[in-house]
Ligand binder design. Structure first.
Ligand SMILES: *Cc1c(COP(=O)(O)O)cnc(C)c1O
Length: 457
């Protein structure tokens, strides 16, 4: 086709100023591949009757757009204005500055991960966290794995492989991402023995199910639902008595498992890890990146002989933690030694404890400024809203909060605006409610962060 000669040759384009500038930002390999693809597309368009000069003129801008889009990480930071503090799909807890610093130095240099600096011999990677975990929970011993799902898996596999694990029918949970207690039990090689009913389980139900085949009794925190009405569950302390009498261990899967009393922050009290230990569970499992506010991890704390058995399980090697997270966890756990300053230093608790008045003041300040940044036809006002903790802590409780209510013309305005905000270089994620896009400001650290993100609209 005669129009093709208006298109640049690959070598010629790469040598041009535009080509050189693109190579400087994206590398020769990527620019050449994208250029070839764009040239093919332009030739197809010309064959189809498109204007050759226009196709040639549009080429540099198209190429730059394609390369820019391809170089944007899908893991770039976003603004979580969903109102859910620990959002599993958004990566759960934001780490404390100390933890980030510890993780980055662990990435950048060798460290004594399994090396005893005093004696020069071999050390244990879990030792860095063991002492702190025992100190903070009152447990005899502790071990750490990849996440709480792995903690439950390895605990069941160690204590109940080929044996029975007794659980109340009211606690056979499914958590997002296909974590179902009966399935985990099966994979751990334990035979699930369900007792009681969905709404009521009694001490005698557990007692009647105990046989020589019993490997353990299990209590599971109902993280994402609440059974209300005519209900009965057996408290952990009573289960501990039953299990001790029968000579089988009690495993308490707390899920979120807080190290501090949420009641201190005006929330409903839930048993802390230390309380679960005091109540007599032989093992307690909980997550690193839920209420604890650290990186993804699973903790198992409890009886020394049982922890030793778990550490001796060959699965332990398959679910162990890496040095980066061990370093971040150590720094996070250290913060708990100074509870008075926790809300200043640990983002998860800071967001959780942030008073509504503070958030509402921020919303009033931001509404007119955000309004100016929105595309034509959209409006920003203030609103009251309700935040959630998320990730299986106090599933039915909400925290009074405040935010921005973004509206526009037409029924699809919230969806359209929501898509524009998600497409920003720093995506802003809210939630749609009642015909508006709501930005809950609880997890917004500073006005400027949102204003800078929206300036790209
Ligand atoms: C969240 C949760 C788990 C899984 O923990 P991860 O850290 O997400 O693997 C297990 N059990 C309960 C009760 C939970 O709430």
């Amino acid at each position: 086709m005669p129009g093709f000669r208006l298109l640049p040759a690959v070598d010629q384009f790469l040598k041009s100023d535009t080509g050189q500038a693109l190579i400087a930002s994206h590398g020769r390999h990527m620019v050449t591949a994208a250029l070839r693809a764009e040239l093919d597309a332009a030739r197809d368009a010309i064959r189809g009757g498109a204007d050759a000069q226009a196709a040639a003129d549009a080429l540099p801008a198209r190429l730059a757009a394609v390369l820019d889009a391809g170089s944007q990480s899908r893991l770039r930071p976003i603004l979580n204005l969903t109102g859910t503090i620990l959002h599993t799909n958004l990566g759960r807890a934001i780490l404390a500055e100390d933890a980030i610093a510890a993780a980055s130095s662990a990435m950048a240099a060798p460290l004594a991960l399994e090396f005893d600096l005093d004696g020069g011999g071999r050390g244990q990677r879990d030792d860095h966290l063991r002492g702190l975990l025992c100190e903070l929970t009152g447990a005899e011993d502790a071990t750490i794995v990849n996440n709480n799902a792995a903690a439950v898996l390895i605990a069941l596999n160690t204590l109940a492989m080929g044996r029975h694990a007794i659980v109340s029918r009211g606690e056979l949970i499914e958590i997002g991402g296909a974590f179902r207690m009966p399935d985990i039990m099966a994979r751990a090689g334990a035979k699930l023995v369900e007792v009681g009913t969905t709404n009521r389980t009694h001490a005698r139900d557990y007692q009647g199910a105990i046989t020589p085949e019993t490997g353990l009794l299990m209590k599971v925190h109902t993280s994402n639902y609440r059974v209300e009405g005519f209900t009965k569950e057996v408290p952990a302390s009573e289960l501990a008595t039953i299990s001790r009498k029968a000579g089988v261990p009690l495993l308490n899967d707390l899920g979120s498992g807080s190290l501090v009393d949420l009641g201190d922050y005006g929330l409903r009290r839930e048993p802390t890890v230390a309380q679960a230990v005091t109540e007599g569970a032989d093992l307690v499992t909980f997550s690193g990146d839920k209420l604890l506010g650290g990186p993804q991890a699973g903790f198992i704390v409890g009886r020394r002989d049982l922890i030793a058995a778990i550490n001796a399980n060959p699965l332990k090697r398959a679910v162990r933690l890496d040095k980066i997270r061990i370093a971040a966890l150590e720094a996070t756990l250290r913060l708990y030694r100074d509870p008075d300053r926790l809300t200043d230093r640990l983002p998860t608790l800071r967001y959780l404890a942030r008073p509504k008045t503070d958030i509402a003041t921020m919303a009033r300040r931001l509404a007119p400024l955000v309004n100016d940044l929105l595309p034509d036809g959209f409006h920003a006002g203030t609103c009251d809203c309700e935040s959630q903790i998320g990730s299986g802590a106090l599933p039915t409780d909400t925290l009074p909060s405040a935010g921005l209510r973004l509206t526009g013309n037409g029924g699809d305005a919230p969806d359209r605006l929501s898509a524009r905000l998600r497409a920003l270089p720093r995506p802003v994620v809210g939630h749609i409610h009642d015909g508006a896009l709501i930005l809950d400001l609880r997890c917004l650290d500073a006005d400027a962060v949102l204003l800078t993100a929206l300036a790209d609209l």
